[in-house]
Design a protein around this ligand. Sequence first.
Ligand SMILES: [Zn+2]
Length: 279
Amino acid sequence: MGAPARAIPHASSRAAVLDVIRAAGTISRVGLIQATGFTGATISTVVRKLIEDGLVLETGRAESTGGKPRVLLQLNQSSRYAVGVHLDHSGIAYVLTDLGGSVIARMTRAGAGTEEPPAVVQRMAAEVATLIEGVGVDEGRVLGIGLVSPGPLTPAAGMGPAPPIMRHWEDFPLDEEVRRATGLPVVLGNDATAAALGEYWSGAVSGSSTFAAVYVCTGIGAGILINGIPYHGTSGNAGEIGHVCLAPGGPECWCGARGCTEVMAGPAAVVGLRSESER
Ligand SMILES: [Zn+2]
């Protein structure tokens, strides 16, 4: 709360207004006009619709600066929810968040491992249902699933060149299959990019809207944001730093090259070094 409104381009004036209210915590209609540059008429119409839809609440009045005190608006946090899923071969993490992005429930289950993708998707659908039921949230208030996995991702669907343990996921239409199994809209992304967006969205990256967040999970990746927008590059995988060579004669990596960042500095390498030094 209290993070400054940010100039993120939005699909609609409705999305832009909603995001400014979210980032501001509480804000008046006049504040919205100043923050978005929209006209008073647009703000009035958009806010009325947001209140009608239950997404925004009027919450008291600001202290008067002479004129009529201004009505303050805030997100109706519990009006909508979203599911976040992080799929990895070593674990699948689930969260349920409210409209403000606060985590309401969290659970971790067995990873994809060597299971066949259709079986994992069926299990994920059941686990998402368990998560939602556990909180007692009306399913109609759940907007959809944000699904991330280690990159690289192909732009169409599925994962691109994957580590050997997840190679059978290559070209599997993951988002489409999860959508079918859960009945919820699915947005598929790269976990490192999602982590970078989360840092940005939550205001953890103060004042800077161009940055990279290095993400270490099973492998190493990075999410890059330029002016608040994820940068994927022409390959779609600009942040895939895990296979940049650090040592030409280094140990062999699963990708076939030697001395990759991942094989030199990934969690497996760090754990290996540690157990070596304890010996
Ligand atoms: Zn490699």
